[in-house]
Write a protein that binds this ligand. Structure first.
Ligand SMILES: Nc1ncnc2c1ncn2[C@@H]1O[C@H](COP(=O)(O)OP(=O)(O)OP(=O)(O)O)[C@@H](O)[C@H]1O
Length: 266
């Protein structure tokens, strides 16, 4: 379980990005974080793993206060928080397999990681994960030979090989076409369900969030503005978060048919 207690971040520039955010995310829950540009979504995700140090408040993962950890404790804790990025953050000249295995760097010792000598159990797991995300046939391809959707699948496998307790996902579909975006969101949500893994997904596409997640949290100017089910996301709620607009076409009609079935894009 992840708990945020009065999480606050004011940057040195004086920008108040988060103000006393309280949020509890049970094990296995996938949550989408929405809100206008500058609302504090990326800051919130980065405060959880302390890529951005919070100004005050606390982050508690499975009973451990992440905000109170020293550098060794933080390094260990970060292994338990897999991160998936908008721009994939792959090493372009390395193969798909090497990129996936790099998710184990926090576990193997310095020399092993320097020489990229991973235990056989890690290699076996990487093959299993590549199979699961539909990229087994591409294990030896270089990352720079892949499409955006394929890159994100590598990013997902790299996060999962960490054996995380929590996934932090920052705009996973921002660079993808609508169909690939659905496939990636569906894949992330299916994998979380299979592993009883909680996830916080920062996403601009409200309809996509409604389609796949069980809970949506809206941030506005660093504060919680909405916390509810996808079906509670009405035009009025969107107006309260983003301001006046015609939101009719933006939100998903809950009676719509579900999205197309996914086939891995190879
Ligand atoms: N490194 C930084 N230094 C100073 N201010 C920052 C920094 N990063 C973010 N901010 C400010 O903090 C606020 C929240 O930014 P953040 O990037 O968290 O918002 P966001 O909701 O993720 O926006 P977007 O959807 O555009 O990515 C903004 O006012 C932003 O200008």
């Amino acid at each position: 379980m992840l708990e945020l207690k009065k999480l606050t971040k004011t940057y040195r520039t004086g920008d108040k990005a988060l103000h006393e955010v309280d949020l509890t995310i049970p094990k296995g829950q996938v949550l989408a974080l929405i809100g206008p540009s500058g609302a504090g979504k990326s800051t919130l995700i980065r405060c959880i793993n302390r890529l951005v140090p919070p100004t005050s408040g606390s982050v508690i993962l499975d009973g451990v206060d992440v905000t109170a950890l020293g550098s060794t404790g933080l390094r260990k804790m970060r292994r338990k928080m897999g991160m998936i990025f908008q721009e994939y953050a792959l090493v372009e000249r390395l193969t798909v397999m090497e990129n996936v295995l790099s998710g184990r760097l926090g576990y193997v010792g310095f020399w092993r990681s320097f020489l990229r000598k991973y235990p056989q159990s890690d290699i076996d797991e990487a093959f299993r994960l590549l199979d699961r995300v539909g990229l087994l046939a591409m294990a030896d391809k270089r990352a720079d030979e892949l499409s955006g959707g394929q890159r994100q699948r590598v990013g997902i496998a790299r996060a999962l090989i960490q054996d995380p307790r929590l996934l932090l996902v920052d705009e996973p579909t921002a660079s993808l076409d609508p169909k690939t975006s659905r496939q990636i969101m569906r894949l992330i949500c299916e994998l979380c369900a299979e592993r009883d893994l909680a996830a916080v997904i920062n996403i601009h596409d409200v309809a996509l969030a409604q389609m796949f997640v069980e809970r949506i949290v809206g941030l506005k100017a660093g504060e919680l503005a909405f916390d509810g089910k996808p079906t509670d996301m009405t035009e009025d709620v969107l107006t309260s978060i983003y301001g006046e607009e015609d939101w009719h076409a933006t939100i998903r009609n809950v009676d719509d048919e579900d999205a197309d079935p996914v086939e891995p894009v190879l």
